[in-house]
Design a protein around this ligand. Structure first.
Ligand code: SF4
Ligand code: SF4
Length: 456
């Protein structure tokens, strides 16, 4: 590929220059790492944005070549190049399918951190990300307050009117999108206690990672997760000192805030001894598992060997709840759930954490439940983090693609292990006026253990 792709013409965006020494600007980036890519193209067919646009520059190989050309100063990081990079969902499907072990995620984040640091980024960061991520997303209580207007609309069913009439598109800023994305209000749940004892003989002592958005929007799922773990002989601890994992801050380029959160969590979990740190949403789990591979100088901080060791230990102990339960062997669930379900692989679980079979195996143990395979189950649905807000058009295209595949299965429900996928696929269905329930695997396991009926 030439250094400037056919559909990426430097000059059609905001060309960026800097008075600094270019060699210094890219000093954070290991330029040799780009040469690991031999341009074989094995990763291209699984890339969601390439599947949608068919453009080489919207695929992993093209993006790697663009980044390499920029750091080698063959092309400028202008608006056109940035557009192709910003369109990346950061799903890491390419990384998982690369036979040469090219660490696309690492290349991408290092490149972006260096560009940000050098003042080269021309990313047109929407005000939504710029202002709200550091102020709102770190704290579930703030998030709850911030979404109050949309909850008010839901309470008086205004959301349904806005949705049915299409008027949500005319709402200011990103409120319309937020309104269509939020789940229905659930009954307010109490905060989980600090310790929930194991049922029967204790088999493990685990920490439950509660996160920020997850706690604000899906606290009920934390209760369900704790119950399922207890049922399987686990004592569940909920640390009050834990905070948001920092994934959204990292994605939005708020690296200093991400660093603070990473350090806080590392301190919180290092002070306690657990058999595992269990996550129930893939985004949080995927990010916690990366703590140990981060170089804090990319986040504007410094690392001592002790800090790095503590982060590595945290990452090594972190695991998805289905993966963890599958590894210890679960008590067979007994309540019948007579539905046909299909499973969507959340990118941050299947690609970032390599967890594919565990959720399917657990679902297969629920009496009455039939699991049917979803075509393109591991192709990103367009939900990752804030992608739905920063790249709404592509996010919607990927959401509709996912929905079309779901319809091919004739399943009654969709099961997935990530909060953002759950919200995004539900939204895609609502906009198409198609009744579709999207649930977490733990929700079904909990119902089965408690012999409660599933309400579609
Ligand atoms: S990233 Fe890996 S799979 Fe993709 S083109 Fe490069 S070497 Fe091939
Ligand atoms: S991370 Fe996902 S969207 Fe980005 S290049 Fe890789 S496969 Fe494509």
């Amino acid at each position: 590929m030439s250094t400037t792709s056919a559909d990426s013409q430097p000059g059609d965006g905001t060309a960026v220059t800097s008075g600094s020494n270019p060699a210094e600007l890219w000093s954070l980036v290991d330029k040799t790492a780009f040469r690991d890519c031999v341009h074989c193209g094995a990763c291209v067919a699984g890339c969601p944005t390439f599947l949608e646009t068919g453009s080489e520059s919207d695929g992993p190989r093209g993006r790697i070549q663009l980044m390499q050309a920029v750091v080698e100063e063959q092309i400028k990081l202008d608006g056109a190049v940035q557009k192709h990079l910003d369109l990346c969902t950061q799903c890491r499907a390419c990384e998982a399918s690369c036979p040469f072990d090219v660490k696309y995620g690492q290349l991408f984040w290092t490149f972006r951190a260096a560009a940000d640091k050098a003042g080269l980024a021309v990313r047109r960061t929407p005000p939504f990300e710029q202002r709200l991520v550091p102020r709102v997303f770190s704290r579930p209580d703030r998030l709850r307050r911030w979404i109050r207007p949309t909850r008010f609309a839901q309470r008086f069913r205004l959301d349904r009117i806005l949705l049915a009439s299409g008027l949500w598109r005319m709402m200011p800023g990103r409120w319309g999108r937020l309104l269509t994305l939020l789940p229905r209000r659930e009954k307010r749940s109490a905060r989980l206690p600090h310790v929930l004892p194991a049922k029967g003989k204790r088999r493990a002592r685990v920490a439950l990672f509660t996160g920020c958005m997850a706690d604000a929007l899906f606290r009920q799922l934390h209760w369900e997760t704790a119950r399922v773990l207890q049922e399987n002989g686990c004592e569940v601890c909920v640390l009050r000192s834990q905070v948001c994992c920092g994934a959204l801050h990292h994605q939005a380029g708020h690296l200093a805030e991400a660093r603070e959160l990473i350090e806080q969590n590392t301190r919180a979990f290092a002070a306690n001894d657990f058999d595992a740190i269990v996550t129930n949403f893939a985004t949080c789990g995927g990010f916690l598992r990366q703590y140990g591979s981060f170089d804090m100088s990319h986040f504007g901080g410094k690392d001592t060997p002790k800090d790095l060791e503590a982060r590595r230990r945290l990452s090594a102990r972190t695991g998805d709840v289905c993966e963890f339960l599958d590894s210890i062997g679960i008590v067979p669930p007994h309540g019948e759930i007579p539905v046909t379900a299909t499973y969507h692989d959340a990118c941050q679980l299947v690609h970032a954490q390599h967890v594919r079979e565990s959720p399917r195996r657990l679902l297969g143990k629920i009496p009455g439940l039939t699991l049917t395979e979803l075509p393109e189950s591991d192709v990103c649905c367009g939900a990752h983090g804030l992608y739905s807000f920063t790249q709404p058009e592509m996010a919607d295209r990927l959401g509709q693609r996912k929905l079309a595949n779901i319809e091919r299965t004739n399943a009654d429900i969709v099961v997935t292990s990530d909060l953002m996928c759950l919200l995004h696929i539900s939204r895609a269905a609502r906009l198409q006026k198609r009744p579709l329930r999207v649930v977490h695997p733990i929700h079904l396991l909990d119902l089965s253990y408690r012999e409660k009926p599933f309400r579609p």
